[in-house]
Design a protein around this ligand. Structure first.
Ligand code: MN
Length: 324
C-alpha cells in the first residue's frame, strides 16, 4: 500500500455521513480485532465509524475477546444500513462469498487473503504475504505515530496469534515486528487467557466423534463430525490432528443449516488449501470456499447422511491433493 493513497482515501471519506467497518461473515479474532483497531484509528482522525458483521459468533474465545475488551461490534441489521453508507471491508473482500453485500457502498478493502478487490473501491490494501490483517493495522498506527492503546493492542495480538496458529504458520517479517510491538503494549494476561481457552467442556465429546470417523490416507486424514458441530471446532480438531507426526493434511466436514461445512489444514508445502478448496468446490459448482495455502474452508450447498458425507467429501477433495 502507499500510505499516501490511504491519506487520500481519508480525505475522500471526509464528507461522507456514515462510515461502516465490516468484518467478514462469521468473523474470526483477526477480523474483529482489526475492525476494532481501524475504528479507533479513524476516530483519532475525526471520523465516527461503526463496526458490523454478518453470521454468528459461536466460539467462546471470540465471545471473551468481544466481551472482555468491550468491542462495540453489532450485527448489520441493528445499524439500519442505508444505500449511502460507506463500507470498509476488513480481513475479507467484497465479491468473496464470505462477505455479504450489505446496503451501502463498498469503498475500501483491507485484507491479507488471496483476493482481488473490485475496481470500483476507492482504496484497497491487500497483502497475502501477511499472517494477519492485525499486522497491517499496526503499520497504519505507526505511520501516523498514533500509540496503540492497551485494549486495541490486546485485540490485535489475539488476532495475530490465532491467524498464525501461535506463530507457527504464515509469519512474515511484518508479523514478527507487530508481535514485538504489540507485546509491549497489550494486556498479556488477557491475550493468553483468550488464546488458551478455545473450547467448552461440552465440546470435548466431539473429539470422540472425530476419532471414530477418521480415515487415514497416506499423510492425509479425512473425518466428518456430527450435525451442528460448530465451524470453529472443525478448525480446533484439524489443528489437533496436524500435531500427529504422520499427518500433514486434514480434511474435516460437518452438516449445519442444510449445508455441509468443510475445513482444510495443511502443513505440507506441496498442497495449497486455498487452491484445493476453490478447485473442488467453486470450479465444480457444488459450493464455494477460500482461504490460505495452510488453512482454508468452504461450504457445500447440500447435506448427506453421515456415511455418504464422508464418501462425498473424500471423492470431492482427494483428487486435488498431492498425498504422500
Ligand atoms: Mn485474518
Amino acid at each position: 500500500m502507499s500510505i499516501f493513497s490511504f491519506n487520500d482515501f481519508l480525505e475522500r471519506l471526509r464528507d461522507c455521513e456514515r462510515i461502516i467497518i465490516q468484518a467478514h461473515d462469521f468473523p474470526d479474532h483477526d477480523a474483529v480485532g482489526s475492525a476494532f483497531a481501524l475504528a479507533y484509528l479513524l476516530r483519532k482522525k475525526g471520523f465516527k465509524p461503526l463496526i458490523t458483521y454478518q453470521g454468528f459468533i459461536d466460539r467462546v474465545s471470540l465471545h471473551n475477546l468481544i466481551g472482555w475488551l468491550d468491542i462495540p461490534i453489532v450485527k448489520s441489521h441493528r445499524l439500519d444500513l442505508k444505500p449511502n453508507d460507506k463500507i470498509i471491508v476488513v480481513d475479507g473482500c467484497i465479491g468473496e462469498k464470505n462477505v455479504t453485500d450489505l446496503p451501502g457502498i463498498e469503498v475500501a478493502v483491507i485484507d491479507h487473503h488471496q483476493v482481488v478487490a473490485p475496481s470500483f473501491v476507492w482504496f484497497s490494501d491487500i497483502r497475502p504475504n501477511y499472517g494477519a490483517t492485525a499486522s497491517i493495522m499496526v503499520e497504519y498506527f505507526n505511520h501516523y505515530d498514533i500509540p496503540i492503546p492497551e485494549r486495541v493492542a490486546t485485540a490485535l495480538l489475539v488476532g495475530l496469534t490465532f491467524d498464525t496458529a501461535n506463530f507457527t504458520r504464515a509469519m512474515n517479517k511484518a508479523d514478527i515486528k507487530a508481535l514485538l510491538q504489540l507485546q509491549s503494549c497489550a494486556d498479556m494476561n488477557m491475550v493468553n487467557r483468550i488464546c488458551r481457552n478455545q473450547i467448552e467442556y461440552k465440546e470435548l465429546k466431539l473429539f470422540d466423534f472425530m476419532f471414530e470417523s477418521i480415515k487415514k490416507d497416506g499423510n492425509c486424514a479425512f473425518g466428518s463430525l456430527p450435525e451442528g458441530c460448530p465451524k470453529n471446532m472443525l478448525g480446533v480438531l484439524g489443528d489437533f490432528l496436524l500435531t500427529v507426526d504422520e499427518l500433514d493434511i486434514v480434511v474435516l466436514s460437518a452438516r449445519s443449516h442444510e449445508r455441509t461445512f468443510v475445513s482444510l489444514r495443511s502443513e505440507c508445502p506441496h498442497n495449497d488449501m486455498a487452491k484445493v478448496i476453490k478447485r473442488s468446490l467453486n470450479d465444480t459448482g457444488v459450493g464455494f470456499g477460500g482461504g490460505h495455502s495452510h488453512m482454508a474452508g468452504g461450504v457445500v450447498n447440500q447435506v448427506f447422511d453421515h456415511s455418504n458425507e464422508r464418501v462425498f467429501i473424500y471423492d470431492l477433495i482427494r483428487p486435488q491433493l498431492n498425498v504422500l
